[in-house]
Design a protein around this ligand. Sequence first.
Ligand SMILES: NC(=O)c1ccc[n+]([C@@H]2O[C@H](COP(=O)([O-])OP(=O)(O)OC[C@H]3O[C@@H](n4cnc5c(N)ncnc54)[C@H](OP(=O)(O)O)[C@@H]3O)[C@@H](O)[C@H]2O)c1
Length: 407
Amino acid sequence: MAETFRIGLLGHGTVGSAFEALLAERADAFVPITGMRPEISGVLTRSRGDFEEILANADLVVELIGGIEPARDYVLRAMQAGKHVVSANKQLLSQYGEELWACAREHGVQLRFEGAVAGVVPVIRVLQESLAATRVERIHGIVNGTTNYILTEMASRGLSYDEALRQAQELGYAEADPTDDVTGRDAAAKMAILARLAFSTPVHLDQVVYEGIEHLTGEDMEYAKDLGLGLKLIGTAERVDAGISVRVHPAFLYPGHPLASIHGPFNAVTLESDTITEVTLSGPGAGGPQTATAVLGDVVSAMIPPASTPETTEALTVVNDIESAFYLHMEVADRPGVLAQVAELLGMQGASIRSVVQKGLGENARLVMILHPLLESRFYAAVRLISQLDFMRAEPRAIRVIDEEFT
Ligand SMILES: NC(=O)c1ccc[n+]([C@@H]2O[C@H](COP(=O)([O-])OP(=O)(O)OC[C@H]3O[C@@H](n4cnc5c(N)ncnc54)[C@H](OP(=O)(O)O)[C@@H]3O)[C@@H](O)[C@H]2O)c1
């Protein structure tokens, strides 16, 4: 008989119940690998179980409650008691990661969190282990399946944002309250965690600049098609001259970019470095059984020690004003000199135009441009001036463009 490895399970909702079912199905398969048979020794929910009792009877604690408290308190207490912890809690790790990793180090236990970023896509393990030998320069990620589903439906079926959101809710891809997803906050938490691991420097969720998809229109999708571009909610973490930049915003992609072909609720992360060019990982980004697969993978890894907590070897500055290429959409009265005046204001800020599309006539004309990369502060200074021109009929709309392609 194999020895029992006892798991205390905190939370028994979508992921927690899927974890229990998956463990029951797969437990025997781990005996030859680990010499032990993992088994749930206690479950805590709001109405069931006692934390102290569960802790006393566990070799490892799985935290699937979510949110900050009481999850933070339970995770700290478990590690202080010498237990390994596995969590899928991106909010907790992106805000209290430093405290938790310090606690794990102090007590010589593992804190694993593969399920916190991009569901079953094994990006944490790849960053910490497989690519440990390379200096990652940049990460681009589609790390929120809800928004990717909405944008896919808007682009492929011509749905409005509201129609696509409603459909996502009906199919269970979006919560009843989708705020964290559609504002980009959920993706920002995941990018904070990825940046922390890639650049060995503390990154807090509050340092991530994020922008959501609520203001995107079907018209932006139409122009994207005309210009040969796809629109995605992209998380970026990259080294820049003055430090690092971590941000989330809608961005246009050219078809040769590896993330351009990621559709529906899927997630994908592209890791770039000089030596390896790029590695892209993709797969289901959420869902009970999918996330439970990542969580159980972490449990098995913790049964085969050791794993390191992220070290702080750098003290990099998180920079907000960085260079981007832009799509600029303007509703204008079609008069002589419109293009020249817009181009002059852009030129004064050092912006140069890569391509232009003009549609419509008279009072109903649209001028859409793609600009070469320039500092965001300079671009927005030009946009403020352009918005005051007397032929502008609405506020100009700007969306970033990621202009590299890997072909
Ligand atoms: N759902 C996904 O697709 C997904 C994907 C990736 C990561 N995650 C992460 O996985 C974690 C769990 O998500 P989920 O979707 O499974 O959440 P969920 O369905 O809301 O389940 C939460 C569970 O935690 C329990 N709980 C809540 N507050 C508690 C408290 N104060 N004390 C004890 N138990 C408490 C709930 O108890 P009751 O049963 O009594 O309500 C429930 O069993 C979160 O960190 C989430 O971000 C989820």
